[in-house]
Design a protein around this ligand. Sequence first.
Ligand code: SAM
Ligand code: SF4
Length: 329
Amino acid sequence: MLLDTFGRRAVDLRVSLTDRCNLRCGYCMPEEGLPWLPKAELLTDAEVVRLVTLAVGELGVREVRFTGGEPLLRPGLPGILAACAALEPRPDLSLTTNGIGLARTAPALKAAGLDRINVSLDTLDPVTFRDLTRRDRHADVLAGLAAADAAGLRPVKLNTVLLRGRNDHEAADLLSWSIDRGYQLRFIEQMPLDAQHGWDRAQMVGAEEILARLGERFGLTPEPDGQRGAAPAERWLVDGGPATVGVIASVTRPFCRACDRTRLTADGQVRNCLFATGETDLRAALRGGADDRELAELWRKAMWGKSAGAGIDDPSFLQPDRPMSAIGG
Ligand code: SAM
Ligand code: SF4
């Protein structure tokens, strides 16, 4: 098992498949992109599968989410999914994506074993989309969402980051649009994980403000028997339900005490937290000939050292060197 000194057990593995992306969301990457990881440093498909197999078979991982960068840019994704779906016990398999390319690939991903999908969408307006992502791909994302739903990758979840003066006026419209289509919307507070270090606490649109904006149009009640558990999103029933809306308030209402995550970067580093400042190099060990027992021991040790909390709101908070796109959001 992957335990830490605070009694938490990591059962949810986030695997980044690439640090590259075809969008340039301002809260994530600069316009010119980033110096991408060299190909030789990326785990191969077989290495990814070997480490996921170890995590599921030996370390108690029960859910695997693939992310990036943009995971749909990884050519081997269907093969990796199929190999993970054949594991015993079969892990729950999900994907976080910007949705570009999904219109074409959703049925094949479903057939390979993908269970669920989260698509990031910050606006309903193509012009705002171009402003936020510096790419003219809004229609591709909408087509991707529809294809994911049609392929049965349900529940389709939407992730939205609100930015002051850019898309925060769209909160209620995004919710009503999502409810109409049966998508589950979750707002994520903007976190200090951009490569440019441009995050400004004072500018962040926090949970309270998001809920106040939604409350102008909808009646919100906390979900009954609202055991948040390890789920990062707090959920509210919209107008009495059954529709819900989630808010992931990593900054203002952190959920570190219930965190059940462990992370593997595209270049084979284990991170015990999104905000960890240290990493454990499984790639070097694996390529140096370590056996499964040795790799498992390294992974356990990495998790044992997990801090109590990320402390983003603490004055002593240090932003990690790796940006979100290279950690895997
Ligand atoms: N490219 C894929 C996507 O956008 O869904 C997967 C990777 S992306 C890093 C994963 C999620 O992180 C997205 O929902 C994105 O909106 C979110 N994200 C990126 N930078 C963020 C930040 N600074 N604060 C909060 N969320 C962020
Ligand atoms: Fe790409 Fe996702 Fe980062 Fe946007 S948030 S730039 S889609 S990795």
